[in-house]
Design a protein around this ligand. Structure first.
Ligand SMILES: *Cc1c(COP(=O)(O)O)cnc(C)c1O
Length: 422
């Protein structure tokens, strides 16, 4: 059993939909990111079903995977986008995304990014500090535009996830402390070029429990009522992203279970008129992709066995950055029990932190192709060219067709714009 029904073994070969991954490795080389179009659609469908005909806007948290082909699938399905930079805005516009379905998050928005987002006409800016509010107010005034805003409040709840991907605690840099939010809203209400439309939170990533969401929601509901008493009426409530995926044996939090509880709470508090906005990233793409890599060398030692592969931390940084666990499958598993050993899967980069998986029992020979599973989110988007390694190609599989949606970078392109001094 693999983590996704769209990446399954057929006749002893791991497939993406109807396409053998061994063929893709042969044709396009490795390392190689492979996405399943159908898996993207299925992940979207889970959210669509969960919305139950209510007013819900799902804004794909696109920093998880911002390839234009991926964005275009979600655009066609009706998705909005949660962006965190002017660059991401440009990508959404490049695929014809609807600006009125874009929410703009991030703690460090620059003037040019605000200008570009105002010009495009985004749905709202998720404001993360008083200083940002002041800047946006100035930029909007200078542009003669009205900036719609929602405050990203920090509800101080523990999402029970890795510290690097936990964002809703007081010690995190994100959002405005919920205690001071009322005062900031009241100030915002006095600013002529600012229109208050919502409230927002995003408490972390890879969350597998429902309780942190419900705790955050309770706090937001209290805030919404206080604001209403002061004459500030909101149109939407944004609960952020963060729903986890199955990397190994995690129990899954389904969008339906979560949203049913959210609707119940909103209805109980007379807030069913509020539009619900969500910003899922990982849960829409994480299990829709794999990273293929070839075993270059096997190195057997007294203490450790290493499989040295052609993918590295520059292609997938999650293991070394978050101590993340990705399942590893041989694309064509060997039957020969004699070659079974426990391996660390490591890359060629000159860093001891360059590992992709540890202590995996596999039957390997040099030249074998491995699939690092669940590599659809925070894989390519976090890739770098460290060690002057071209970023790998991205393929989108559709049934038995494979489309190159981003070619492998050429060596020349890596330094084509550099110059030397006389
Ligand atoms: C990263 C991020 C998301 C997406 O998070 P996932 O865990 O991938 O669902 C959503 N909103 C904001 C503000 C983010 O920073």
């Amino acid at each position: 059993m693999t983590v996704s029904p769209h990446f399954e073994f057929r006749d002893g070969v791991l497939h993406a939909e109807d396409t053998p991954l061994s063929h893709l490795a042969n044709q396009f080389g490795t390392p190689l990111y492979v996405y399943s179009r159908q898996a993207l659609h299925d992940a979207w469908e889970a959210y669509r079903i969960a919305t139950r005909g209510r007013d819900v806007l799902v804004c794909f948290g696109m920093k998880a995977n911002s390839n234009l082909a991926v964005l275009n699938e979600f655009r066609k399905l009706g998705s909005g986008f949660d962006i965190v930079s002017g660059g991401e805005l440009a990508r959404v516009l490049a695929v014809g995304g609807d600006p009125s379905k874009i929410v703009f998050s991030g703690v460090g928005k620059q003037v040019w990014e605000m200008q570009a987002a105002l010009k495009a006409g985004v749905k709202c800016f998720n404001i993360e500090s008083e200083a940002e509010l002041a800047r946006l107010s100035d930029v909007a005034q200078q542009s003669g535009a009205i900036a719609r805003i929602s405050m990203r409040v920090n509800p101080d709840v523990d999402a029970q996830t890795h510290p690097y991907i936990s964002t809703g605690l007081k010690e995190n840099k994100f959002g405005i402390a919920i205690e001071t939010a009322v005062a900031v809203y009241q100030h915002a209400a006095t600013l002529p070029n600012i229109e208050i439309v919502g409230v927002d939170c995003h408490i972390g990533s890879q969350i597998t429990e429902i309780s942190p969401y419900l705790d955050a929601l309770d706090k937001l509901i209290v805030l919404i009522k206080i604001l209403a008493d002061k004459g500030i009426e909101l149109k939407h409530l944004d609960l952020g992203g963060g729903i986890g995926i199955r990397y190994t044996d995690e129990t899954l939090l389904s969008p339906t279970v979560l949203l049913d509880k959210v609707f119940q709470a909103l209805d109980a508090h007379g807030l069913s008129h509020l539009q619900l906005v969500l910003e899922p990233g990982r849960s829409l793409v994480g299990n829709s992709g794999v990273l293929l890599t070839t075993v270059e060398y096997l190195k057997h030692g007294d203490v450790k066995n290493f499989a040295i592969v052609d993918a590295a931390m520059n292609d997938l940084i999650r293991p070394t950055l978050y101590d993340a666990w990705h399942s590893v499958e041989a694309v064509v598993p060997r039957k020969n029990a004699a070659c079974a050993r426990v391996y660390d899967i490591v890359g060629p980069i000159c860093e001891s932190g360059d590992w992709l998986a540890r202590d995996r029992s596999l039957r390997l020979e040099q030249g074998d192709v491995l699939a690092i599973m669940s590599a659809g989110a925070y894989a390519f988007t976090m890739a770098s060219q460290y060690n002057t390694r071209p970023r790998a190609a991205e393929i989108m599989v559709d049934g038995s067709n494979a489309h190159v949606v981003r070619p492998r970078e050429t060596l020349e392109s890596l330094f084509a714009t550099e110059t030397t001094l006389e």
